[in-house]
Ligand binder design. Structure first.
Ligand SMILES: [Zn+2]
Length: 298
């Protein structure tokens, strides 16, 4: 009995670990998937503040995450949604970034948000890419009146811009509502808000890849793969150097291959799609997936 409770407490190590039992299954709705997304970032608002979150160091956390997520065991979860000739490779490119210091004001709505993306493409600041996912990342002094901080922490959608089906996402800086949109009050990279933001970016990127036009993968309640595991961080958490909880990390090297630094991240789980021996599809919340063996970590 003692041993049992000890094991149980070890399995509970961390915050918001989440369940390990199967989640309800997701279905394919015959629409396109993105085989290999390219991420574009539009920094919206003022990312040069002295509030210790909307600053250059915060932007670098996002860049480093976007440069590491492609090919990772984490993003490989999305490869389990490959079906027929629609293959999701697990790779992601970070295609570039631009800044909009506030062309649509500090109070965005869903229409002016699209204008931000349209402007970035029409001006040539970012290429027009139907395999792209355009992230508008707003600074903490920007509102999104359709419900950032009250109804959602981020969302993704698609729209036509210059004749292309453009996939985009909005993710605001959770410093506006740290308890609602971040899992902890200190982050593994010392910026609780932006550390929370990258987890939401990961969530939206997975969904934009597996359900880009709302005709891909989702369950009977219309939950997409990342929705089903939102705000759970799994059972392999550890303390980052500063004591914050983390569940994955990468080393960074310069162009010559010399070690620069290590970063830890606390990224919410995503649903993996696997099969029983008898061929039945089952879905679990996971933090990683091994495409070679079909094994996953929860
Ligand atoms: Zn979602």
């Amino acid at each position: 009995m003692f041993l049992l409770s000890l094991l149980a407490s070890q399995a509970q190590l961390g915050i918001r670990t989440g369940f390990v039992t199967p989640v309800s299954r997701v279905y394919y709705h015959r629409g396109p998937l993105i085989s290999e997304p390219t991420v574009y970032v539009i920094w919206y608002g003022n990312w040069q503040q002295t509030n210790r979150t909307d600053n250059a160091a915060g932007q670098q956390i996002v860049r480093d995450f976007l440069n590491a997520i492609g090919g990772s065991p984490y993003f490989a979860i999305n490869t389990s949604y490959s079906i027929n000739s629609n293959v999701i490779t697990g790779n992601v490119s970070f295609g570039g970034e631009t800044t909009d210091t506030g062309s649509q004001g500090k109070k965005l709505n869903d229409l002016t948000l699209v204008r931000v993306i349209t402007n970035a493409i029409v001006s040539g600041a970012l290429p027009r890419d139907a395999n792209g996912v355009y992230f508008v990342l707003s600074s903490s002094d920007v509102y999104e009146l359709s419900g950032f901080c009250s109804r959602y922490c981020g969302f993704h959608r698609n729209t036509k811009i210059l004749g292309s089906d453009i996939k985009y996402a909005f993710v605001g800086n959770p410093a506006r509502c740290i308890r609602a949109c971040a899992p902890q009050l200190s982050g593994p990279n010392g910026n609780a808000a932006v550390d929370g933001m990258v987890s939401i970016i990961a969530h939206e990127l997975s969904e934009a890849t597996t359900d880009p036009d709302a005709t891909g993968w989702y369950d009977l309640a219309h939950y997409e793969n990342a929705d089903k595991c939102a705000w759970t961080y799994g059972h392999h958490q550890y303390r980052a150097a500063n004591g914050a909880w983390a569940n994955m990390g990468w080393d960074y090297f310069d162009g010559g291959g010399s070690f620069l630094y290590h970063r830890d991240f606390m990224i919410q789980r995503n649903t993996v799609r696997v099969f029983t021996k008898s061929g039945l599809q089952v879905n679990y919340c996971a933090t990683s997936y091994d495409t070679a063996t079909g094994k996953f970590d929860q």
